[in-house]
Write a protein that binds this ligand. Structure first.
Ligand code: ADP
Ligand code: 5GP
Length: 206
C-alpha cells in the first residue's frame, strides 16, 4: 500500500513542530526534514530538526529542481527535498510535514498521487502563543514579537486546510489529530465541530 501525506501548519509558536515530533515518534510516520537558511536554535541539531544550509546552497538546490516545494518565511528560505519524500511514499511509508501554507499549497497543486490530509494548528489564545514564542526564543525577544506580528496574516490560512485543531493540552491535541487521520483512512465519519473552530478564530483574532 502507498503511504500518505499529513501536513501540519500553524501560526508560529502554536506547536506544530512539537506535534509532528510526537506523531513521528509514536505513530507510523516519517518526519520530513526540511532544508533551511535560518540559523539553528540552541537546542536544534543539523540533520534532525533541519538541514541548516547557506543561501547559496539553497539556491543551487532550487536550480537543480531538488525541492518538492519551497518558500520564503520570516526572511529565510525553507524547502522540502523531493527525493526522500517520494521514495518513502512509494515504499508504503507515511510522511508528516511541518511546513507553512505556501508549501502546503504547492504540494496540493502538484496533484501527487498520494492521499493528503492537512491540519491547521491554533493556539488556545494569543497570550499563550506569545508566552510559548517567548519561552522558545528566549535569547531573542525580538523574534517572538516579530512572529506575533505575522499572526493575523498566518491565521487567515486556516480555511485552506482539511481540519483545524486547538493545541491547548499537547497530548489531547496529538490524540485528536491521530484519531482524525485514522477515521479518515478507514472512511469513518469524522467527529469535527467546525462551528466551534470558527468561534475560536473569532475570539483569538479580536
Ligand atoms: P511551532 O512549530 O508551531 O512554531 P513549537 O512546536 O516550536 O511551535 O512550539 C512552541 C513552543 O511551545 C515550544 O517551546 C514548545 O515546547 C511549546 N509547546 C508546544 N505545544 C505546547 C502545549 N500544548 N503546551 C505547552 N507548551 C507547548
Ligand atoms: P521555524 O523557523 O519556526 O522552524 O519555521 C518557520 C516556518 O517555516 C513554520 O511555519 C514552518 O512550518 C515553516 N517551514 C519549515 N520547513 C518548511 C519547508 O520545508 N517548507 C515550507 N514551505 N515551510 C517550512
Amino acid at each position: 500500500m502507498d503511504g500518505i501525506i499529513v501536513i501540519l501548519s500553524s501560526p508560529s509558536g502554536a506547536g506544530k513542530t512539537t506535534l509532528v515530533s510526537l506523531i513521528s515518534e509514536k505513530e507510523n510516520f516519517i518526519n520530513s526534514i526540511s532544508h533551511t537558511t535560518r540559523k539553528p536554535r540552541s537546542n536544534e541539531v543539523n540533520g534532525k530538526d533541519y538541514y541548516f544550509i547557506k543561501k547559496k546552497e539553497f539556491e543551487k538546490l532550487i536550480k537543480n529542481n531538488e525541492f518538492l516545494e519551497y518558500a520564503e518565511v520570516f526572511n529565510n528560505f525553507y524547502g522540502t527535498s523531493k527525493k526522500p519524500v517520494l521514495e518513502n511514499l512509494k515504499n508504503g511509508k507515511n510522511v508528516i510535514f511541518d511546513i507553512d501554507w505556501q508549501g502546503t499549497k504547492q504540494i496540493r497543486q502538484q496533484n501527487i498521487n498520494y492521499k493528503i490530509i492537512t491540519f491547521f494548528v491554533l493556539p488556545p489564545s494569543k497570550q499563550i502563543l506569545y508566552e510559548r514564542l517567548s519561552n522558545r526564543d528566549m535569547k531573542d525577544k525580538l523574534i517572538a514579537s516579530e512572529r506575533m506580528k505575522e499572526f493575523y496574516k498566518d491565521v487567515k490560512h486556516w480555511k485552506d486546510y482539511d481540519y483545524v485543531v486547538i493545541n491547548d493540552n499537547l497530548n489531547k491535541c496529538y490524540q485528536e489529530i491521530v484519531k482524525i487521520i485514522n477515521d479518515s483512512l478507514s472512511g469513518k465519519k469524522i467527529d469535527y465541530d467546525k462551528n466551534f473552530i470558527e468561534k475560536h478564530i473569532e475570539k483569538i483574532t479580536l
